[in-house]
Ligand binder design. Sequence first.
Ligand SMILES: Cc1ncc(COP(=O)(O)O)c(C=O)c1O
Length: 404
Amino acid sequence: MVDRADRMQEAPSGFSRRGFLKGMMVGAGAVSLGSYEAVAQMISGPNARPVRGWGVPEGLVRLSGNEMPIGPSPRAVEAVLENVYSFNRYNRNRDIYTKIAERHGLPVVEWPPNTFTPPGAWVTLGCGSSEVLFAVASAYLRDGTEVVEASPGYAGVFRTAEAYGAKAKWVPLTSDFQQDLDAMKAAIGENTRVVVVTNPGNPTGVLVPPDALKKFVQEVPSDVIVFVDEAYIEFSKNPEDRVGAAPLILDHANVIVARTFSKIMGMAGLGVGYGLAQPDVIDKLHQNKGGRPSMLSTNAAVAGMDDHDYQDRARAVTWAGQEYFASQFDEMGIEYVPSQSSFMLINVKKDADEVVRKLREEYNVMVGNGKRRWEMDTWLRVTSGLQEENEAFMAALRKVLVSS
Ligand SMILES: Cc1ncc(COP(=O)(O)O)c(C=O)c1O
C-alpha cells in the first residue's frame, strides 16, 4: 500500500531514497529489522544502498552538529600524516599566529624561540573556538557581572559565565529572527561586561549586516567587551560579509572576534579555533585559558587555511543543500528561516521532541532539537549535508510528519 508520504517521496533527485532505507536496515540498531524490512519493501529495490556519510557509521544521517559533510581537506590530512611520527614532541606549527594575523589584516609579531606564545600577538589559539568563549567568560564574567546576548542564541559564553556567578540579560530576536542590536545596546547596564553577537546567529543563520555591527561597536561603551562569534561567517553568500569584525579591532580595544576551524575548514574533530583582539586583551585571554591545540591540529589548520578549493567546495555543497531544503520546504508549506550559515531553522508545527526522537529511532537521522535547546517547541535545526543525506532527511521527515 502506498501512503501519502510515499507519494510525496517521488520528488526528482539523483539519490535513491530506497537506498537510504536499505541503509537503515543495515546501519541502525534502534529499530527492529522487521520494520526496516517493511518500509524498505515499500520503496526499496534490489539495488538499494546505504547512505554513506563521511566520518559516520554507514546508514547514519547526522545533520545535528553543523559539521562539514564533505570529509576533511586533503591538504589538512596530508599535514597530519606528515607530522604523525613526531607527536612525541611539543612541536607546534610556528607559522600559525602569522598566518591567522595576515588572514585578517592584523599586525604580525615575531615569535622568539623558547616563548610559549608570541609576545604582543593579536591572536590567541584555542582548543576549538569553545576555549576562546571559555576564556572570555573567565576573564570578564565573574560574580555580580552580566552578559547581554540574543535569545535564542548560542549561549556558549554564558554556560561558563553562569558557573562563575555571572548573570545573563537575554534580548529577544526581532520577529524576522534578527539580533536586535538596538535592544541589546539598551540592555547594557552598569554590571554588563560583555555583549555577545553571534554572526551569523545560531540557531537562526541570520547575518548581522557589517554596517550595523560597526555602528553598534561605535555606540557600545568602550569598557564593555563586544564579543563577535564568527563560527559560520565563511558561509555568507557575499564575500564582503565574510571579512567579519576583525578590522574593527584595530580601532576598538573592546572588540574580540572568535573563529573556528571546525566549520568551513572541516576540522571539527581536531579542535582548533582562535580569538582576535588587541594585545592587552589577548594577554588577558591567555591568562584565562588552560589548554593548547595539539601539534597535529595546528599543522592541519595551517595547511587547511590555504586550501581555498576545499573551502569553495564546502560553501557550494552547503548552499546546494540550503537551496534543496528551501525548495522542499516551500513545496511542503514548512516555515523556515533563510540562512547564511551551514544550517537551517525550520518550524514543523509538531512537538520537536517527538519529531527528533522518531527521526533518530525510526530513520537513523539526527537533527537539532529547537525545543530542548531553545524552548522553540516545534522547531528543528538541520545542517546541510551531502545531497543524499539531505534527501534521506527529507524522506524521513515526510514520513514522520504524517505519522506524528
Ligand atoms: C556559534 C558557535 N560558536 C562556537 C562554537 C564552538 O565551535 P568549536 O569549539 O568547534 O570551534 C560553535 C559550535 O558549534 C558554534 O555553533
